[in-house]
Write a protein that binds this ligand. Structure first.
Ligand code: GTR
Length: 452
């Protein structure tokens, strides 16, 4: 149990210290019963959004106005990274020294001979008994080295296509997934998220697709950071913690850990001669969209960043408190962010940053933000406004930024994709669709010129 992280999970009680447990239980009874009396009511009415003032991405904490690229790069950008680490996502560790790769499968005749299917195990420590991440790649056989899309998946690589040769992921996963029995995948889950991963289309447009199961990095459960890569690397972030010492408020939450895993996948990709590691787009949906944005902000090797319906803690402005709020997300998913972020529950105005500055941290590299009409929970307008409010940074760095002057949501299915900040809102629900991918591919064509 860490600082005020409720609800307490008795299933992991053997891992927590007695005093912390007592405090946690008391908190559960007091706060928990108050919460039960007051169910969360999301606001979906623009006119009820509280008055708010966004922090200016082009003003340093000491009040200095940032008016040139050098001050942005050497002062404001590092300052903002630090603020997000401290108040939102947490600090991560670096690249592990003993990391190495093993190719488990290399099939040059995949997808009717158009692509190579490669499955690579990324060992994070020197031996082979430490944690590892399994990366699946489909790489076009023509035009190498090719640009690529990299994204985490929710239920294992074997769900992204029905190809029976994709290794079945044996790790713990959330029970919600199709074909998941007792928190483990079965053959029935093969191909069940294929609609989100149009592999043939991506390959036919000349891009590789690389994907990895996010639970290989850190299982998505509130377990007090005992499992996943935390089990091995947590001390590098928190230091040695004495008995009853709470976890540091700025230690990495799961989103920061997943983002760290994306950087490890990119480490492999820059080393694979068939991929051009300087032209890798990182893409993610929902919680993994939040993750893609943070990975893109922290790892400048990512050449393009795509947020698909990332919502609260992703592209959506926190201060609007529209749909999902900081308080709500920290209650449902206390392990996603650092512990400090809890202090901003129902208190967004006190945050020293807002999410437009996360978008600005990607500048001058291209970023694409996508929303869906039926995904009001993720606040489409707040996602778009983040792009608008990051635009001054893109302009300062000499790029076109967002190709619109308006703060009003663009028309449905009329993508803004000619600038450095792309945006669309499509019909339909919280999901990744072919329409979304078509825009990402067009945007990538513009920015990741093939065979330059
Ligand atoms: C929801 C959560 C969102 C989003 C989504 C997902 O329950 O409230 O912030 O991340 O999960 O990742 O599917």
């Amino acid at each position: 149990m860490t600082n005020g992280r409720v609800p307490f999970d008795p299933g992991h009680s053997q891992m927590t210290k007695p005093l912390m447990r007592l405090i946690a239980t008391l908190l559960l009874f007091t706060i928990g019963s108050v919460q039960a009396d007051q169910p969360f009511e999301p606001n979906y009415d623009e006119s009820l959004i509280p008055e708010y003032t966004l922090p200016d991405p082009l003003v340093l904490i000491d009040g200095t106005v940032v008016s040139d690229a050098e001050t942005w790069n050497t002062k404001r950008r590092p300052e903002l990274i630090q603020l997000f680490e401290e108040h939102v996502y947490g600090r991560a560790t670096g690249k592990p020294e003993g990391m190495h790769f093993e190719t488990l499968d290399d099939e040059p005749q995949a997808l009717d001979g158009n692509a190579t299917r490669r499955q690579v195990r990324i060992y994070l420590t020197e031996g082979t008994d430490g944690p590892f991440l399994d990366l699946l790649l489909y790489i076009p056989n023509e035009g190498r080295p090719v640009p690529a899309f990299l994204g985490l998946n929710f239920y294992g690589n074997h769900t992204i296509a029905s190809d029976p040769n994709i290794r079945l992921n044996l790790n713990w996963m959330r029970a919600k997934g199709a074909g998941v029995v007792d928190n483990h995948a079965t053959d029935d889950s093969r191909g069940t998220s294929a609609s989100r991963w149009p592999v043939e289309m991506i390959i036919s447009r000349g891009y590789a697709l690389a994907t990895m199961y996010y639970g290989d990095i850190d299982p998505d459960e509130d377990d007090d950071f005992q499992n996943g890569v935390h089990a091995v690397f947590d001390k590098q972030v928190t230091g040695e913690l004495a008995e009853d010492t709470p976890r540091p408020l700025d230690a990495w939450g799961s989103i920061a850990t997943w983002a760290w895993g994306l950087s490890r996948a990119l480490d492999y990709m820059t080393h694979d001669p068939d991929i051009d590691g300087t032209r890798v787009a990182v893409m993610g949906h929902s919680r993994l969209g939040k993750t893609a944005l943070w990975a893109g902000a922290t790892d400048e090797r990512f050449a393009l960043v795509i947020s698909n319906n990332s919502g609260c803690g992703g592209a959506a402005l926190s201060r609007r408190a529209f749909g999902e709020t900081v308080g709500r997300i920290n209650t449902s998913f206390p392990h996603w962010f650092n512990d400090k972020f809890q202090e901003y529950n129902n208190n967004e105005a006190a945050l020293p940053v807002d999410q437009h500055e996360l978008i600005a941290l990607i500048a001058p590299r291209p970023v694409y933000i996508a929303s869906a009409v039926e995904d009001q929970w993720a606040d489409p307008h707040g996602e778009y406004l983040s792009g608008c409010k990051a635009d001054p940074v893109y302009k300062l760095l000499g790029t076109p930024g967002l190709p619109s002057e308006s703060n009003d949501l663009p028309a449905v299915e009329e993508p803004l994709k000619t600038g450095t900040i792309g945006y669309h809102i499509r019909t339909g629900k919280h999901d990744v669709t072919t329409f979304d991918w078509q825009q990402y591919l067009d945007f990538a064509d513009m920015h990741l010129e093939r065979n330059p």
